[in-house]
Design a protein around this ligand. Structure first.
Ligand code: NAD
Length: 368
C-alpha cells in the first residue's frame, strides 16, 4: 500500500528540518517495507513571494488529496509588516480550517537522557508523559466579529470573539477520552468557567459526554490558570489535558519547555474520519521558523522526526515503526549526542545533518 504524503517545508529552519525528515523517510522506505508517494509544495512566506498568497489553492488541493501532510514551519521578520491576510501564518491557519483539523495532539515527553536539561528539577520532570489535546479550529482565533475599527471619536477598538458550540466541545472531548483509554485513563479539562460563558458551556458539555459515554475515565475540571501553575509544580498528576484553542496554545508551549527544548516536540492535528475511514492529518514540530538560527545547520531535527513518527502511528497504523524511530532518538540522546539547543557539558555537539546521521545509524543497529 502506497501512502501519499505532502511535504510543506515552509520558511526559516522549516526546509532544513524537512530535508532531514526526507532522509529518515527514505530509511523507512528501504528498510521497513513502506511505500510513500511524496509531493512537496510551498507554504507561508515563500509561497507569498512566489504566488502572492501564503496558502495557494493548488497547494491546498494537494493537501486535501494527501493521506497526510508533513509541515515544517512558517514566518519570519521579512513578512512581519504584511497585512494580516497575507502573513505566512495564514498558510497554516487555512490548512487547519480547510482540512477540518479540529484536534491538536501535543505529547510532552521527557526523555530520560534529557531530564537534567529541563528548567525544572530532574526529580519533578523525570517520567513526564502528558498529552495535551487542544481544540484547533474554533474559539477566539476564528470567532466573529473580529477586527480593528476606528470609532467616531477617532480612537480605535480591537475585537476578537471567543465562541464554542456544544458540538465542537463534544467532538474534542471525545478525542481526549478515547486517547485517555489508551493511556492512563485520566482527563483534566482546563477552562475559565469562573469568568467566561464559553467555559461554563465547555465544562457542562465535557461532563455530560463523560457521564454518558466515558464513566471509566477519570475526569477532573481545572481552571486554565491553575493548570498553568500545576504544570510547573506537580505535573505528574496529569495524563491527558483537554482544552480550547487559546488556552491550549499557551499550556502546550509551557509543557514544551518542561522537556528542555522546543526543538524536541512533535504534534499531530487530526480531522474527522469519513465513512471510508480516511482522516485528514497534518504533522508538524511545534517550534516556529527560528529565524535567529536559520541557514546555519544548527536546528534540532528531532521535533520534525518525531512528528513523522506520529504520522506513522496515527495515519499509517505503523505503531511499531513509530516506536522504532522514537527508540532511535532515545538511544542517540543516551549516547550523549546533542544539538546546540539541548547541549550539556561533556556531550558531543552535532549540527542538524549530523544528528540525523546518528539517528539513522541507531535505526540501522536497532533494526539489525
Ligand atoms: P520559534 O519556535 O521559531 O523560536 C523560538 C526559539 O527556539 C528561538 O531561539 C529558536 O532558535 C529556538 N528553536 C526553535 N526551534 C528550534 C530547533 N528545531 N532547534 C533549535 N532551536 C530551536 O518561535 P519564535 O521565535 O517566536 O517565532 C519565529 C517565527 O516563527 C515567527 O515568525 C512566528 O510567527 C513563527 N512561528 C511559526 C510557527 C509554525 O509554523 N507552526 C509556530 C510558532 C512560531
Amino acid at each position: 500500500m502506497t501512502h501519499s504524503l505532502l511535504l510543506l517545508p515552509g520558511d526559516g529552519i522549516g526546509p532544513e528540518v524537512m530535508a532531514e525528515t526526507r532522509r529518515v523517510l527514505a530509511w523507512f522506505t528501504q528498510n521497513r517495507n513502506l511505500a510513500f508517494a511524496v509531493e512537496e509544495d510551498l507554504v507561508g512566506g515563500i509561497a507569498y513571494e512566489t504566488h502572492g498568497t501564503p496558502a495557494p489553492d493548488a497547494m491546498m488541493a494537494k493537501a486535501l488529496a494527501a493521506d497526510a501532510v508533513l509541515f515544517g514551519a512558517v514566518g519570519g521578520p521579512r513578512w512581519d509588516k504584511l497585512p494580516f491576510r497575507d502573513k505566512p501564518e495564514q498558510g497554516l491557519l487555512r490548512l487547519r480550517k480547510d482540512l477540518g483539523l479540529f484536534a491538536n495532539l501535543r505529547p510532552a515527553l521527557c526523555f530520560e537522557a534529557l531530564k537534567d536539561a529541563s528548567t525544572l528539577k530532574p526529580e519533578i520532570v523525570a517520567g513526564l508523559d502528558i498529552l495535551i489535546v487542544r481544540e484547533l479550529t474554533g474559539g477566539v482565533y476564528f470567532g466573529e466579529p473580529r477586527g480593528i475599527e476606528t470609532l467616531a471619536d477617532g480612537s480605535r477598538r480591537g475585537v476578537d470573539t471567543q465562541v464554542y458550540t456544544s458540538g465542537e466541545i463534544r467532538r474534542i472531548a471525545r478525542v481526549a477520552f478515547e486517547l485517555a483509554r489508551l493511556r492512563g485513563r485520566r482527563v483534566a479539562s482546563a477552562e475559565k468557567s469562573n469568568v467566561m460563558h464559553t467555559s461554563v458551556l465547555w465544562r457542562e458539555e465535557v461532563q455530560a459526554l463523560h457521564d454518558a459515554e466515558f464513566p471509566d475515565v477519570q475526569l477532573t475540571h481545572i481552571l486554565a490558570d491553575n493548570c498553568a501553575m500545576q504544570l510547573v509544580r506537580n505535573l505528574r498528576q496529569f495524563d491527558v489535558i483537554v482544552t480550547d484553542n487559546l488556552f491550549g496554545d499557551l499550556l502546550s508551549d509551557e509543557a514544551a519547555q518542561l522537556t528542555g527544548s522546543i526543538g524536541m516536540l512533535p504534534s499531530a492535528s487530526l480531522g474527522a474520519r469519513d465513512a471510508a475511514g480516511r482522516q485528514p492529518a497534518l504533522y508538524e514540530p511545534i517550534h516556529g521558523s527560528a529565524p535567529d538560527i536559520a541557514g546555519q545547520g544548527l536546528a534540532n531535527p528531532i521535533a520534525g522526526l518525531l512528528s513523522f513518527a506520529m504520522c506513522l502511528r496515527y495515519s499509517f497504523g505503523r505503531a511499531e515503526d513509530a516506536a522504532l524511530l522514537e527508540r532511535a532518538v532515545e538511544r542517540v540522546l543516551a549516547e550523549g549526542y546533542r544539538t546546540a539547543d539541548i547541549a550539556q557539558p561533556g556531550m558531543t555537539k552535532l549540527g542538524t545533518a549530523a544528528m540525523t546521521s546518528a539517528i539513522l545509524k541507531a535505526l540501522d543497529k536497532l533494526a539489525a
